[in-house]
Design a protein around this ligand. Sequence first.
Ligand SMILES: O=C(O)Cc1cc(O)ccc1O
Ligand SMILES: [Fe+2]
Length: 436
Amino acid sequence: MGDYKYQSGFGSHFSTEDPRCPNALPVGQNSPQKCAYGLYAEQLSGTAFTAPRTENSRTWFYRIRPSVVHEPFQKLNVSKHLVSNWNEQPPNPNQMRWKPFDLPSSNEKVNFAEGLHTICGAGDTRSRHGLAIHVYTCNTSMDNSAFYNADGDFLIVPQQGVLDITTEFGKLKVNPNEICVIQQGMRFSVNVEGPTRGYILEVYDHHFTLPDLGPIGANGLANPRDFLTPVAWFEEKDEEFKIISKYQGSLFCAKQKHTPFDVVAWHGNYVPYKYDLSKFMVINSVSFDHCDPSIFTVLTCQSSRPGTAIADFVIFPPRWSVQENTFRPPYYHRNCMSEFMGLILGKYEAKEEGFMPGGGSLHSIMTPHGPDRQCFDGASNAQLNPERIAEGTQAFMFESSLSMAVTKWGEETCQKLDSKYYQCWQTLKKYFNGKK
Ligand SMILES: O=C(O)Cc1cc(O)ccc1O
Ligand SMILES: [Fe+2]
Protein backbone atom coordinates (compact mmCIF):
# COMPACT_ATOMS: atom_id res chain seq x y z
CA MET A 1 0.00 0.00 0.00
CA GLY A 2 2.98 2.25 0.69
CA ASP A 3 3.44 2.23 -3.10
CA TYR A 4 0.44 4.54 -3.60
CA LYS A 5 1.42 7.87 -2.17
CA TYR A 6 0.60 11.11 -3.87
CA GLN A 7 1.59 14.77 -3.88
CA SER A 8 -1.19 17.28 -4.45
CA GLY A 9 -1.50 20.27 -6.77
CA PHE A 10 -2.21 21.00 -10.44
CA GLY A 11 0.80 22.28 -12.39
CA SER A 12 3.01 22.21 -9.31
CA HIS A 13 6.78 21.83 -9.38
CA PHE A 14 7.35 18.62 -7.45
CA SER A 15 10.52 17.04 -6.04
CA THR A 16 10.39 13.42 -4.95
CA GLU A 17 12.78 10.61 -4.03
CA ASP A 18 12.04 6.96 -3.42
CA PRO A 19 12.68 6.65 0.35
CA ARG A 20 15.06 3.73 -0.32
CA CYS A 21 17.52 6.25 -1.84
CA PRO A 22 17.62 9.45 0.20
CA ASN A 23 19.38 12.45 -1.39
CA ALA A 24 19.14 10.95 -4.88
CA LEU A 25 18.08 14.34 -6.25
CA PRO A 26 20.99 16.65 -7.01
CA VAL A 27 20.98 19.88 -5.04
CA GLY A 28 20.96 23.18 -6.91
CA GLN A 29 21.53 21.76 -10.39
CA ASN A 30 20.10 19.21 -12.85
CA SER A 31 23.15 17.58 -14.42
CA PRO A 32 25.98 16.99 -11.95
CA GLN A 33 29.12 15.43 -13.35
CA LYS A 34 28.21 12.25 -11.48
CA CYS A 35 24.73 11.68 -10.03
CA ALA A 36 24.19 10.12 -6.60
CA TYR A 37 23.95 6.29 -6.47
CA GLY A 38 25.41 6.09 -10.01
CA LEU A 39 22.12 7.27 -11.54
CA TYR A 40 21.69 8.79 -14.98
CA ALA A 41 20.00 12.20 -15.43
CA GLU A 42 17.38 12.44 -18.22
CA GLN A 43 15.04 15.29 -19.09
CA LEU A 44 11.50 14.71 -20.40
CA SER A 45 10.24 17.85 -22.15
CA GLY A 46 6.50 18.42 -22.32
CA THR A 47 6.73 21.77 -24.10
CA ALA A 48 9.22 23.40 -26.47
CA PHE A 49 12.26 24.58 -24.54
CA THR A 50 11.23 28.14 -25.33
CA ALA A 51 7.50 27.91 -24.47
CA PRO A 52 6.28 30.77 -22.28
CA ARG A 53 7.09 30.25 -18.62
CA THR A 54 3.38 29.88 -17.72
CA GLU A 55 3.13 26.82 -19.99
CA ASN A 56 6.65 25.49 -19.86
CA SER A 57 6.79 21.95 -18.52
CA ARG A 58 9.54 19.39 -18.09
CA THR A 59 10.73 16.82 -15.63
CA TRP A 60 14.20 15.63 -14.68
CA PHE A 61 14.51 11.92 -13.99
CA TYR A 62 17.34 10.29 -12.03
CA ARG A 63 17.24 6.72 -13.20
CA ILE A 64 19.18 3.47 -13.25
CA ARG A 65 19.55 3.54 -17.04
CA PRO A 66 18.65 6.24 -19.56
CA SER A 67 15.61 5.40 -21.74
CA VAL A 68 17.75 5.22 -24.86
CA VAL A 69 19.03 1.74 -23.94
CA HIS A 70 16.63 -0.23 -26.15
CA GLU A 71 16.66 -2.22 -29.40
CA PRO A 72 15.18 -0.68 -32.59
CA PHE A 73 11.41 -0.13 -32.80
CA GLN A 74 9.52 -2.64 -34.93
CA LYS A 75 5.98 -2.16 -36.26
CA LEU A 76 3.44 -3.89 -34.02
CA ASN A 77 0.22 -5.33 -35.37
CA VAL A 78 -1.96 -5.55 -32.30
CA SER A 79 -4.84 -3.14 -31.66
CA LYS A 80 -6.00 -3.04 -35.26
CA HIS A 81 -8.91 -0.94 -34.08
CA LEU A 82 -6.63 1.84 -32.85
CA VAL A 83 -6.66 4.24 -35.80
CA SER A 84 -5.98 7.84 -36.67
CA ASN A 85 -7.19 7.67 -40.25
CA TRP A 86 -10.38 9.70 -40.39
CA ASN A 87 -11.24 8.71 -43.96
CA GLU A 88 -12.31 5.12 -43.32
CA GLN A 89 -16.00 5.98 -43.57
CA PRO A 90 -18.00 8.55 -45.55
CA PRO A 91 -19.11 11.52 -43.41
CA ASN A 92 -22.23 10.85 -41.35
CA PRO A 93 -23.98 13.72 -39.56
CA ASN A 94 -26.61 11.55 -37.85
CA GLN A 95 -27.15 11.42 -34.11
CA MET A 96 -25.37 8.30 -32.92
CA ARG A 97 -25.76 6.27 -29.80
CA TRP A 98 -23.82 3.18 -28.83
CA LYS A 99 -24.92 0.41 -26.49
CA PRO A 100 -22.27 -0.58 -23.93
CA PHE A 101 -19.09 -1.62 -25.71
CA ASP A 102 -18.29 -5.35 -25.35
CA LEU A 103 -15.80 -6.48 -22.74
CA PRO A 104 -13.35 -9.19 -23.86
CA SER A 105 -14.72 -12.70 -23.32
CA SER A 106 -13.15 -14.70 -20.50
CA ASN A 107 -11.37 -17.07 -22.90
CA GLU A 108 -9.29 -14.31 -24.54
CA LYS A 109 -6.56 -12.31 -22.86
CA VAL A 110 -6.46 -8.65 -23.81
CA ASN A 111 -4.38 -6.00 -22.10
CA PHE A 112 -4.90 -2.23 -22.03
CA ALA A 113 -2.65 -1.53 -25.03
CA GLU A 114 -4.25 -4.31 -27.07
CA GLY A 115 -7.77 -3.26 -26.07
CA LEU A 116 -7.71 0.28 -27.49
CA HIS A 117 -10.51 0.96 -29.98
CA THR A 118 -10.94 4.31 -31.69
CA ILE A 119 -14.51 5.58 -32.03
CA CYS A 120 -14.04 8.97 -33.65
CA GLY A 121 -11.64 11.83 -34.08
CA ALA A 122 -10.24 14.56 -36.29
CA GLY A 123 -6.96 16.17 -37.19
CA ASP A 124 -3.52 14.86 -37.74
CA THR A 125 -0.83 13.39 -35.51
CA ARG A 126 1.97 14.73 -37.74
CA SER A 127 0.95 18.37 -37.67
CA ARG A 128 0.01 17.86 -34.01
CA HIS A 129 -3.52 19.18 -34.27
CA GLY A 130 -6.67 17.29 -33.38
CA LEU A 131 -8.13 14.68 -31.09
CA ALA A 132 -9.24 11.08 -30.92
CA ILE A 133 -11.81 9.38 -28.73
CA HIS A 134 -11.12 5.77 -27.82
CA VAL A 135 -12.70 3.11 -25.68
CA TYR A 136 -10.49 0.54 -23.94
CA THR A 137 -11.70 -2.92 -23.00
CA CYS A 138 -9.32 -5.38 -21.36
CA ASN A 139 -9.03 -8.16 -18.79
CA THR A 140 -5.27 -8.76 -18.46
CA SER A 141 -2.32 -6.84 -17.07
CA MET A 142 0.46 -5.47 -19.28
CA ASP A 143 3.15 -7.74 -17.84
CA ASN A 144 6.68 -6.52 -18.56
CA SER A 145 5.50 -4.01 -21.12
CA ALA A 146 5.05 -0.26 -21.05
CA PHE A 147 3.18 2.09 -23.37
CA TYR A 148 3.83 5.66 -24.36
CA ASN A 149 2.04 8.00 -26.72
CA ALA A 150 4.27 10.16 -28.90
CA ASP A 151 1.19 11.77 -30.51
CA GLY A 152 -0.40 13.53 -27.55
CA ASP A 153 -1.97 13.22 -24.12
CA PHE A 154 -4.43 10.64 -22.81
CA LEU A 155 -7.22 11.64 -20.45
CA ILE A 156 -8.43 8.26 -19.18
CA VAL A 157 -11.95 7.82 -17.78
CA PRO A 158 -12.37 4.37 -16.16
CA GLN A 159 -15.94 3.12 -16.33
CA GLN A 160 -15.55 -0.45 -15.04
CA GLY A 161 -12.60 -1.90 -13.13
CA VAL A 162 -9.72 -0.28 -11.30
CA LEU A 163 -6.61 0.77 -13.23
CA ASP A 164 -3.42 0.06 -11.33
CA ILE A 165 -0.94 2.15 -13.30
CA THR A 166 2.82 2.04 -12.92
CA THR A 167 4.54 5.06 -14.46
CA GLU A 168 8.10 6.32 -14.58
CA PHE A 169 6.97 8.82 -11.94
CA GLY A 170 5.49 6.27 -9.52
CA LYS A 171 2.22 4.40 -9.07
CA LEU A 172 -1.36 5.53 -9.50
CA LYS A 173 -4.53 3.67 -8.64
CA VAL A 174 -7.50 4.99 -10.58
CA ASN A 175 -11.06 3.89 -9.74
CA PRO A 176 -14.23 4.49 -11.74
CA ASN A 177 -15.41 8.04 -10.96
CA GLU A 178 -11.77 9.12 -10.95
CA ILE A 179 -9.84 10.13 -14.05
CA CYS A 180 -6.16 10.32 -14.84
CA VAL A 181 -4.06 12.15 -17.39
CA ILE A 182 -0.94 10.54 -18.80
CA GLN A 183 0.80 13.12 -20.92
CA GLN A 184 2.75 12.76 -24.15
CA GLY A 185 5.79 10.50 -23.90
CA MET A 186 5.21 9.27 -20.35
CA ARG A 187 5.72 5.52 -20.03
CA PHE A 188 3.12 3.54 -18.19
CA SER A 189 1.90 0.00 -17.66
CA VAL A 190 -1.65 -0.89 -16.65
CA ASN A 191 -2.56 -3.76 -14.34
CA VAL A 192 -6.20 -4.79 -14.12
CA GLU A 193 -8.23 -7.33 -12.24
CA GLY A 194 -11.00 -8.78 -14.36
CA PRO A 195 -13.08 -7.17 -17.10
CA THR A 196 -12.20 -3.49 -17.42
CA ARG A 197 -13.63 -0.73 -19.61
CA GLY A 198 -13.34 3.00 -20.02
CA TYR A 199 -13.00 5.96 -22.34
CA ILE A 200 -9.97 7.95 -23.50
CA LEU A 201 -9.81 11.50 -24.79
CA GLU A 202 -6.58 11.96 -26.71
CA VAL A 203 -5.45 15.46 -27.67
CA TYR A 204 -2.62 16.18 -30.08
CA ASP A 205 -2.23 19.96 -29.77
CA HIS A 206 -1.50 20.97 -26.20
CA HIS A 207 -1.76 19.76 -22.66
CA PHE A 208 -4.87 19.95 -20.48
CA THR A 209 -5.30 22.96 -18.23
CA LEU A 210 -7.86 24.00 -15.65
CA PRO A 211 -10.49 26.34 -17.12
CA ASP A 212 -10.31 30.02 -16.21
CA LEU A 213 -12.88 30.88 -13.56
CA GLY A 214 -13.69 34.47 -14.58
CA PRO A 215 -16.30 36.00 -12.27
CA ILE A 216 -16.56 32.74 -10.29
CA GLY A 217 -13.41 33.89 -8.51
CA ALA A 218 -10.34 32.15 -7.21
CA ASN A 219 -12.00 28.91 -6.10
CA GLY A 220 -14.39 26.34 -7.46
CA LEU A 221 -15.02 23.68 -10.09
CA ALA A 222 -12.01 21.33 -10.00
CA ASN A 223 -9.71 22.78 -7.36
CA PRO A 224 -5.96 22.46 -8.05
CA ARG A 225 -5.15 20.79 -4.74
CA ASP A 226 -7.36 17.81 -5.57
CA PHE A 227 -5.09 16.72 -8.44
CA LEU A 228 -2.74 13.98 -7.28
CA THR A 229 0.64 12.99 -8.70
CA PRO A 230 2.55 9.90 -7.55
CA VAL A 231 5.73 10.02 -5.49
CA ALA A 232 8.87 8.45 -6.95
CA TRP A 233 8.96 4.66 -6.96
CA PHE A 234 11.38 2.37 -8.76
CA GLU A 235 11.97 -1.30 -9.38
CA GLU A 236 15.27 -2.95 -10.26
CA LYS A 237 14.36 -5.67 -12.74
CA ASP A 238 16.87 -6.88 -15.32
CA GLU A 239 14.36 -8.78 -17.42
CA GLU A 240 13.09 -8.61 -20.99
CA PHE A 241 10.71 -5.65 -21.35
CA LYS A 242 8.68 -4.32 -24.27
CA ILE A 243 8.27 -0.59 -24.86
CA ILE A 244 5.20 0.07 -26.99
CA SER A 245 5.09 3.42 -28.73
CA LYS A 246 2.12 5.03 -30.44
CA TYR A 247 3.88 7.13 -33.03
CA GLN A 248 2.06 8.88 -35.88
CA GLY A 249 -0.99 6.76 -35.14
CA SER A 250 0.80 3.39 -35.49
CA LEU A 251 2.11 1.11 -32.78
CA PHE A 252 5.74 0.09 -32.52
CA CYS A 253 7.57 -2.15 -30.08
CA ALA A 254 11.16 -1.96 -28.85
CA LYS A 255 12.71 -4.61 -26.63
CA GLN A 256 15.05 -3.89 -23.77
CA LYS A 257 16.53 -6.03 -21.03
CA HIS A 258 15.41 -3.97 -18.08
CA THR A 259 12.40 -2.23 -16.63
CA PRO A 260 11.62 1.34 -17.68
CA PHE A 261 10.29 1.94 -14.16
CA ASP A 262 13.74 2.58 -12.77
CA VAL A 263 13.37 6.26 -11.82
CA VAL A 264 14.73 6.62 -8.30
CA ALA A 265 14.00 10.35 -7.98
CA TRP A 266 12.56 13.10 -10.13
CA HIS A 267 11.69 16.76 -10.03
CA GLY A 268 9.58 18.87 -12.35
CA ASN A 269 6.15 20.00 -13.43
CA TYR A 270 5.54 17.62 -16.36
CA VAL A 271 3.69 14.84 -14.56
CA PRO A 272 0.86 12.31 -14.69
CA TYR A 273 -2.03 13.02 -12.36
CA LYS A 274 -5.39 11.74 -11.19
CA TYR A 275 -8.55 13.47 -9.99
CA ASP A 276 -11.60 12.21 -8.10
CA LEU A 277 -14.72 13.52 -9.87
CA SER A 278 -16.66 13.55 -6.59
CA LYS A 279 -14.40 16.43 -5.48
CA PHE A 280 -15.81 18.73 -8.19
CA MET A 281 -17.37 21.88 -6.71
CA VAL A 282 -20.55 22.35 -8.69
CA ILE A 283 -21.82 25.79 -9.65
CA ASN A 284 -25.25 26.30 -11.21
CA SER A 285 -28.24 28.62 -11.52
CA VAL A 286 -30.07 29.28 -8.23
CA SER A 287 -32.71 31.44 -9.90
CA PHE A 288 -33.98 30.39 -13.32
CA ASP A 289 -32.90 28.79 -16.62
CA HIS A 290 -30.52 26.02 -17.55
CA CYS A 291 -26.86 27.04 -17.57
CA ASP A 292 -24.65 25.96 -20.45
CA PRO A 293 -22.70 22.81 -19.57
CA SER A 294 -19.38 24.66 -19.66
CA ILE A 295 -20.00 25.32 -15.94
CA PHE A 296 -19.10 21.66 -15.45
CA THR A 297 -15.71 21.77 -17.21
CA VAL A 298 -13.09 19.78 -15.32
CA LEU A 299 -10.18 20.18 -17.75
CA THR A 300 -9.73 21.85 -21.10
CA CYS A 301 -7.30 21.61 -23.97
CA GLN A 302 -7.49 25.02 -25.59
CA SER A 303 -7.02 25.81 -29.27
CA SER A 304 -5.42 29.06 -30.33
CA ARG A 305 -8.93 30.60 -30.72
CA PRO A 306 -9.85 32.28 -27.44
CA GLY A 307 -12.32 30.25 -25.39
CA THR A 308 -12.60 27.56 -28.05
CA ALA A 309 -11.42 24.12 -27.06
CA ILE A 310 -9.72 21.39 -28.99
CA ALA A 311 -11.50 19.39 -26.31
CA ASP A 312 -13.20 20.05 -22.99
CA PHE A 313 -13.80 17.33 -20.44
CA VAL A 314 -17.17 18.11 -18.85
CA ILE A 315 -19.06 16.12 -16.19
CA PHE A 316 -22.70 16.05 -15.06
CA PRO A 317 -22.28 15.46 -11.33
CA PRO A 318 -24.87 14.86 -8.63
CA ARG A 319 -26.24 18.26 -7.52
CA TRP A 320 -29.24 20.22 -6.33
CA SER A 321 -31.64 21.51 -8.95
CA VAL A 322 -33.61 24.52 -7.73
CA GLN A 323 -34.46 26.74 -10.72
CA GLU A 324 -37.94 28.23 -10.74
CA ASN A 325 -40.26 28.45 -13.75
CA THR A 326 -37.66 26.56 -15.77
CA PHE A 327 -37.46 23.55 -18.04
CA ARG A 328 -34.65 22.06 -15.98
CA PRO A 329 -33.08 19.33 -18.19
CA PRO A 330 -30.73 20.19 -21.07
CA TYR A 331 -32.36 22.32 -23.74
CA TYR A 332 -32.86 21.41 -27.40
CA HIS A 333 -29.67 22.28 -29.08
CA ARG A 334 -27.65 22.73 -32.26
CA ASN A 335 -23.99 23.33 -31.55
CA CYS A 336 -20.97 24.52 -33.54
CA MET A 337 -19.01 21.99 -31.47
CA SER A 338 -19.01 18.14 -31.52
CA GLU A 339 -20.37 16.45 -28.41
CA PHE A 340 -19.33 12.92 -27.48
CA MET A 341 -20.92 11.64 -24.29
CA GLY A 342 -20.28 8.63 -22.11
CA LEU A 343 -21.81 7.30 -18.93
CA ILE A 344 -19.75 6.03 -16.01
CA LEU A 345 -22.58 5.22 -13.61
CA GLY A 346 -26.36 5.53 -13.38
CA LYS A 347 -28.56 7.47 -15.79
CA TYR A 348 -28.34 10.74 -17.72
CA GLU A 349 -31.23 13.12 -17.08
CA ALA A 350 -32.00 13.93 -20.75
CA LYS A 351 -32.17 10.23 -21.72
CA GLU A 352 -33.23 7.88 -18.99
CA GLU A 353 -33.62 5.02 -21.45
CA GLY A 354 -31.17 3.71 -24.01
CA PHE A 355 -28.05 5.57 -22.88
CA MET A 356 -26.27 3.09 -20.66
CA PRO A 357 -23.06 2.94 -18.60
CA GLY A 358 -20.22 1.86 -20.86
CA GLY A 359 -22.00 3.10 -23.99
CA GLY A 360 -21.75 6.45 -25.72
CA SER A 361 -23.35 9.04 -27.96
CA LEU A 362 -22.17 11.50 -30.57
CA HIS A 363 -23.99 14.65 -31.61
CA SER A 364 -21.92 16.12 -34.38
CA ILE A 365 -21.51 19.73 -35.39
CA MET A 366 -24.92 21.38 -35.96
CA THR A 367 -26.81 18.10 -35.60
CA PRO A 368 -29.92 18.76 -33.48
CA HIS A 369 -30.36 16.90 -30.23
CA GLY A 370 -31.90 17.27 -26.79
CA PRO A 371 -34.24 15.61 -24.34
CA ASP A 372 -36.22 12.61 -25.51
CA ARG A 373 -40.01 12.60 -25.44
CA GLN A 374 -40.24 11.07 -21.99
CA CYS A 375 -37.87 13.65 -20.51
CA PHE A 376 -39.63 16.56 -22.22
CA ASP A 377 -43.09 15.55 -21.04
CA GLY A 378 -41.90 14.79 -17.52
CA ALA A 379 -39.90 17.99 -17.00
CA SER A 380 -42.52 20.25 -18.61
CA ASN A 381 -45.09 19.14 -16.03
CA ALA A 382 -42.93 18.47 -12.98
CA GLN A 383 -43.46 20.22 -9.64
CA LEU A 384 -40.42 22.45 -9.35
CA ASN A 385 -39.33 21.62 -5.83
CA PRO A 386 -35.66 21.74 -4.87
CA GLU A 387 -34.45 18.34 -5.93
CA ARG A 388 -31.24 16.31 -5.78
CA ILE A 389 -30.51 15.19 -9.32
CA ALA A 390 -28.12 12.73 -10.87
CA GLU A 391 -27.65 11.04 -7.47
CA GLY A 392 -25.34 8.02 -7.85
CA THR A 393 -24.71 8.89 -11.48
CA GLN A 394 -21.88 10.30 -13.52
CA ALA A 395 -22.22 11.22 -17.19
CA PHE A 396 -19.53 13.13 -19.04
CA MET A 397 -18.94 14.89 -22.33
CA PHE A 398 -15.87 15.32 -24.53
CA GLU A 399 -16.74 18.50 -26.43
CA SER A 400 -14.59 19.59 -29.36
CA SER A 401 -14.50 22.45 -31.85
CA LEU A 402 -13.29 19.97 -34.48
CA SER A 403 -15.62 18.08 -36.78
CA MET A 404 -15.04 14.43 -35.96
CA ALA A 405 -15.24 11.39 -38.22
CA VAL A 406 -16.44 8.05 -36.89
CA THR A 407 -14.18 5.06 -37.56
CA LYS A 408 -15.21 1.85 -39.26
CA TRP A 409 -15.01 0.13 -35.89
CA GLY A 410 -17.29 2.76 -34.35
CA GLU A 411 -19.84 2.68 -37.11
CA GLU A 412 -19.78 -0.98 -38.10
CA THR A 413 -17.39 -3.45 -36.54
CA CYS A 414 -18.33 -2.89 -32.90
CA GLN A 415 -22.00 -3.56 -33.75
CA LYS A 416 -23.17 -1.37 -30.89
CA LEU A 417 -24.68 1.50 -32.83
CA ASP A 418 -28.35 1.87 -31.97
CA SER A 419 -30.08 2.32 -35.32
CA LYS A 420 -33.32 3.30 -33.56
CA TYR A 421 -31.82 6.20 -31.62
CA TYR A 422 -33.56 8.88 -33.73
CA GLN A 423 -36.93 7.45 -32.71
CA CYS A 424 -36.62 8.85 -29.17
CA TRP A 425 -37.55 12.28 -30.58
CA GLN A 426 -40.09 11.28 -33.25
CA THR A 427 -43.05 11.17 -30.89
CA LEU A 428 -42.50 14.70 -29.55
CA LYS A 429 -45.99 16.14 -29.94
CA LYS A 430 -47.27 19.36 -31.40
CA TYR A 431 -48.69 21.40 -28.52
CA PHE A 432 -49.09 24.65 -30.49
CA ASN A 433 -52.28 26.51 -29.71
CA GLY A 434 -53.34 24.06 -27.05
CA LYS A 435 -53.27 20.97 -29.31
CA LYS A 436 -52.91 17.71 -27.33
O1 LIG B 1 -26.87 16.42 -23.46
C1 LIG B 1 -26.18 17.17 -24.14
O2 LIG B 1 -26.36 17.37 -25.34
C2 LIG B 1 -25.08 17.98 -23.46
C3 LIG B 1 -25.62 19.26 -22.96
C4 LIG B 1 -25.99 19.38 -21.66
C5 LIG B 1 -26.53 20.56 -21.19
O3 LIG B 1 -26.84 20.64 -19.90
C6 LIG B 1 -26.72 21.62 -22.05
C7 LIG B 1 -26.34 21.53 -23.36
C8 LIG B 1 -25.79 20.33 -23.83
O4 LIG B 1 -25.39 20.22 -25.10
FE1 LIG C 1 -25.69 19.12 -26.52
